[in-house]
Design a protein around this ligand. Structure first.
Ligand code: BES
Ligand code: MN
Ligand code: ZN
Length: 497
């Protein structure tokens, strides 16, 4: 995708099928743009009289042009001026994607002069909204490829420096989110732990960064008993990928750790068959941290980033771990495995302890599709945020508000922690059923981070399945976390230099 930010007076439309997108407020500056072809003025007046262009929220209208400057005008209803946020623009642009595609538009210019601070929302809405995953669909492969927007022009009055930076970040973060979505949507017979490691390593090397993959024998040497216990039940070998973006003079390091269970059957504590296929998305945490790494490696912030991805399959093979097994994690703590389906915390226990001991990060954030309980608590519209560090909570919350990838904090009080104390070992991997499941996941992970400022994001709800978000579709992975983490690391790098 090419994204240009240009002064409105200098905007030129190409020969290729193109459209002009105009913001329309109910009560403020509305679609009267100097970029409009005079030939469309009459048609627009008619539409207005008919009440089809009122600027109401969620209203979009595509008007094929009567002139020869461009092929059509896409009107984006944004509602009340004062209530408009970047997310409003993002959603409107996402909603407009269907019309852009139906009219085979390849270039779209957005007149953002009335909302320069939200201009990048248009870039995001289009990039995320026109995402498709159809390489496995033979029927669709036969059809000529549906044309997509490949160029976005953001037209502004002047003084576009901030907007240019925001649009460039938006492009990189959304392309990386779509890259992460591809990983997550790839079926689990193809997206194995080895393939996942190969994909993230290739990405890091292409970005000019260092990457390393540890295999089973190395994980055994490192004594990652919790992670290895989960991996036992599958013929697919586990991998631990470590990617590093090094900014030479930077003193600070952030670590991003992501759960990479490429398929979660539950193991011996087998899951019910209904919706089990969705457990191919159990590596969305891994995809998200790798996606953020991809964007950050291109944006080159003044901070070091280490990205750690434990990946395996949770399967009930003959060698699988049993309920009742006791495993020893990398940091020496012992864990009684009462439910082999609470596997994410076992991988992350070792990955977090390893990351902290080997890389001494100043802050750690982990992302994981950790608990069904988090989906019960928050549905699909916010990730569960768990941390003992108020500053970290605040900065993640701010990044969530900016990107529309929202977080909602849950407590980690000591009373909860007591519920996962072990009888036959230091810890048990589950607590009492139907009690604060998401929080108990967070409490468990806390045992593996020591004093390092750390936050856990349970993305079980947000990684897929959200309805009524116009730039996403519920059936595919959302890429949740890529934009959030990119924004958060950039802000963190600016605050710590
Ligand atoms: N990957 C699942 C969590 C999950 C479930 C994510 C549904 C998204 C949708 C995780 O490994 C799991 O199975 N968690 C258990 C934990 C329980 C046994 C304490 C769960 O949520 O049931
Ligand atoms: Mn599970
Ligand atoms: Zn899982």
């Amino acid at each position: 995708m090419i994204v240009n930010v240009t002064p409105r007076a200098k905007l030129a439309f190409p020969e290729a099928p193109c459209a002009l997108a105009l913001p329309w407020f109910e009560d403020g500056p509305s679609g009267d743009s100097p970029l409009l072809d005079e030939a469309d003025a009459l048609a627009i007046e008619r539409l207005r009289e008919k009440g089809l262009l009122r600027g109401k929220l969620e209203e979009t209208y595509f008007l094929p042009s009567a002139g020869s400057t461009y092929d059509g005008v896409l009107f984006l209803g944004l509602g009340k001026r004062d209530a408009c946020t970047t997310e409003t623009v993002r959603r409107a642009a996402g909603r407009g994607c269907a019309a852009l595609s139906a009219h085979r538009i390849e270039m779209v210019a957005f007149d953002a002069a009335s909302l320069p601070e939200h201009a990048h929302g248009f870039v995001e809405g289009v990039l995320l909204g026109q995402y498709r995953f159809d390489q496995y669909n033979e029927r669709k492969q036969d059809e000529p490829p549906a044309p997509q927007v490949d160029t976005i022009a953001i037209a502004l009055e002047s003084g576009a420096h901030a907007a240019m930076r925001h649009c460039e970040q938006a492009r990189l973060a959304c392309e990386s989110a779509n890259w992460a979505r591809d990983l997550a949507n790839t079926p689990p017979n193809d997206m194995t732990p080895s393939r996942l490691a190969g994909a993230v390593l290739e990405m890091a090397e292409d970005a000019g960064c260092e990457g390393e993959v540890f295999h089973r024998d190395q994980l055994e040497e490192l004594e990652m008993g919790a992670f290895l216990g989960v991996a036992r039940g599958s013929v697919e070998p586990p991998t631990l990928s470590v990617l590093q973006y090094k900014h030479a003079p930077a003193a600070q390091t952030v670590a991003l750790v992501g759960k990479g269970v490429t398929f979660d059957t539950g193991g011996i504590s087998l899951k019910p068959g209904q919706d089990m296929h969705e457990m191919k998305f159990d590596m969305c945490g891994a995809a998200a941290v790798a996606g953020a790494f991809r964007a950050l490696a291109a944006l080159r912030p003044a901070i070091n980033v280490v990205c750690v991805i434990p990946a395996c399959e949770n399967a009930p093979g003959g060698h699988a771990q049993r309920p009742g097994d006791v495993v020893r994690a990398y940091n020496g703590k012992t864990i009684e495995v009462h439910n082999t389906d609470a596997e994410g915390r076992l991988l992350l226990a070792d990955a977090l302890a390893y990351t902290i001991r080997q890389h001494h990060p100043d802050r750690v954030v982990d992302l994981a599709t950790l608990t069904g309980a988090c989906v019960v608590a928050l549905g699909h519209y916010a990730a569960g945020l768990m941390t003992g560090d108020d500053a970290l909570a605040q900065s993640l919350d701010a990044a969530g508000a900016i990107t529309g990838e929202r977080v909602w904090r849950l407590p980690l009080w000591d009373e909860y922690g007591k519920l996962i104390e072990g009888v036959h070992a230091d810890l048990c991997n589950i607590g009492p059923p139907k009690e604060a499941g998401a929080i108990l996941g967070g409490c468990f992970l806390k045992h593996f981070v020591g004093d390092t400022p750390w936050a856990h994001l349970d993305i079980a709800g947000t990684a897929w399945g959200g309805k009524n978000i116009p730039y996403l579709d519920a059936k595919h992975a959302s890429g949740y976390g890529v934009r959030l983490l990119t924004e958060w690391v950039l802000r963190t790098s600016e605050e710590t230099v």
